[in-house]
Design a protein around this ligand. Structure first.
Ligand code: PBG
Length: 333
């Protein structure tokens, strides 16, 4: 090869380690594995129906849920997280159905645990699938979500999940003081090993819209939003304060949500606290990717795996993603 500058050469050639697959493998800093995946599943009291804004995602019946759980076990996915689609007739202003010990979620937990005791079962603790107004808590006459009464109901909801055998309870409501209330309830009931993964830094994001369609809370919520409890997307320090509080109150693991638009938050959380840190790659992120993929604009496997790797690079220990089954299959190839 001709030398362009005889006698001169770059002292460091970073391309050397990129030149071969084996050196690329040896030099690789982060790895994505099936152990990093948590699979979100929608379970319904009604008929199984596809989620329009989330191609490939369904609301499953209990039987369908068991099939999903079987697939997750088969693929080696460590845990799934359940989201309920509640019959509209059961939705009330105070979300009483949320704490029903024989409700859809407790039933789902028992059904999965009976078949696959080794599969981690995680539940979402929040009232929005159960309220007639679609908010995550009870509201006053102005529609303001009132913190402390909401916490009491959330703790009861969580109790029903823990009692049914949930391994990880995951409060997604963003009320102040909820982790302390839940930890106290768990200890009081003797559930000393139930893990709390808090949605610690949960932002008031537009990327949850497909999810709200999926659980059927969108219509109830109408034009209202969740900005009086979820974090302002402009803030970072506030997110760290949320994480600090949740840890102090007894959270074992923390989550940042949404995922890709908030990699900076994930990075700071991991650097600051060094605790098990998760990202929720949310419904809107799934919808965006699927839209591009289904138009032939992005390659599904490459786009999804690159996205999941970004979470690892940012500092995540794991990711909740609707692509969990696909990712597990690709990673096994
Ligand atoms: C319930 C809850 C939401 C999500 C998870 N739990 C919606 C919301 O807060 O409005 C969103 C998940 C997703 O978009 O995939 N509080």
């Amino acid at each position: 090869m001709p030398h362009t500058f005889p006698g001169h050469f770059p002292a460091t050639r970073l391309r050397r380690a990129r030149a071969n697959d084996f050196t690329r493998r040896l030099a690789r800093e982060n790895r994505l594995s099936v152990d990093d995946l948590i699979y979100p599943v929608f379970v319904t009291e009604g008929e199984a129906v596809d989620v329009a804004a989330m191609p490939g995602v369904r609301r499953h019946t209990l039987d369908g849920l068991i099939r999903e759980a079987a697939e997750a076990v088969e693929l080696g996915i460590p845990a799934l997280v359940l989201f309920p689609v509640i019959d509209p007739s059961k939705k009330t202003p105070d979300a009483a159905e949320a704490a029903n010990p024989d409700g859809l979620i407790p039933q789902s937990i028992r059904a999965i645990k009976a078949e696959f005791p080794q599969l981690g079962v995680m539940t979402d603790v929040a009232l929005d699938p159960y309220t007639s107004h679609g908010q995550d808590g009870v509201i006053d006459e102005d529609g303001y979500v009132i913190n402390d009464p909401t916490i009491g109901i959330l703790a009861e909801q969580m109790r029903a999940h823990a009692e049914a055998g949930a391994d990880i309870v995951s409060p997604s409501d963003m009320m102040d003081g909820r982790i302390a209330a839940m930890r106290q309830a768990l200890e009081g009931d003797g559930h000393v090993n139930t893990v709390i993964m808090s949605y610690a830094a949960k932002f008031a994001s537009c990327y949850y819209n497909p999810f709200r369609e999926a659980v059927g809370s969108a219509a109830n919520l109408g034009k209202a939003d969740k900005r009086t409890y979820q974090v302002d997307p402009a803030n970072t320090d506030e997110a760290l304060r949320e994480v600090a509080l949740d840890l102090k109150e007894g959270a074992d693991m923390v989550m940042v949500k949404p995922g890709m638009p908030y990699l900076d938050i994930i990075h700071r959380v991991k650097e600051t606290f060094g605790v098990p840190t998760f990202a929720y790659h949310v419904s809107g992120e799934y919808a965006m990717l699927k839209a591009a993929i289904n138009n032939g604009w992005l390659d599904e496997r490459a786009a999804v795996l690159e996205c999941l790797m970004s979470f690892k690079r940012a500092g995540c220990d794991g990711v909740l993603t609707y692509f969990a089954k696909d990712a597990a299959r690709w990673l096994a190839e």
